[in-house]
Ligand binder design. Sequence first.
Ligand SMILES: [Zn+2]
Length: 269
Amino acid sequence: MFQLPEPNQDAFWFIFSGKTLLQLRHQPGMLQAQWQELTFLHHYADRVLPLEPHQDTPCYIVDMGLEQPDQDLLESVSLRQALMAEPKEAFGVMARAWQLTHFYRTHRYCGQCGQAMTPVNWEYAMHCHQCQHRCYPRVSPCVIVAITKGEQLLLAQGGRHKDGMMSVLAGFVESGESLEQAVHREVMEEVGIEITNLNYFHSQPWPFPHSLMMGFTAEHAGGEIRVDGEEILHADWYDMDDLPNTPPKLSIAGRLIEHVVNRNVQTGT
Ligand SMILES: [Zn+2]
């Protein structure tokens, strides 16, 4: 189906087993090797799928499904752990490798007629040869917003953040909704306040499993904070020079918080 790499050509390999990424025990980080060296993979030759090159080096995905090779050479790392350990430029290729793996896994059969689908070899897609239905990798838009009130920032503890981490608000965009409408709706649903001066910040793919986070800043316009105690456990205004535990800067949440805090320092001096 797809052409395998030359046996002695260096390539990056993204090998997934369950939800973990396999790496070489003696070489932490992205697995770079020649096909001829990866003998444990030869049994999976028909599952090798190409990705576009990273730093001029070919990249391939191999999905072992739930199988786990019995190899002392290998170790399984969670995707989150792997992403944290890599330099920023590797984030995109690793995120894409996982999103595509997840896409191929969940689109093996046609949603329209039920026949088996096959990967298209010139674009990232799955195609049904029975009814010609074609599916593309899912990207789920998600808005995330840092809301300020004077020198204070709104932070909330989500129901899933049992570790006490406080962050800015986020939520998925619904069908038929603009990004701006999604921000206003999410903020009203989660903390019951109105916002103004909504401004776009940056975006970031977030492969858990296929979100595209779109960041905004906004200011409080009216209303008192109220939370439902389930989706959001707690939310409050925090002085920007004395914030609680917030997400790392690898995530757009961390960078949004850093951005509004720096802006506050600059306008305050
Ligand atoms: Zn079909």
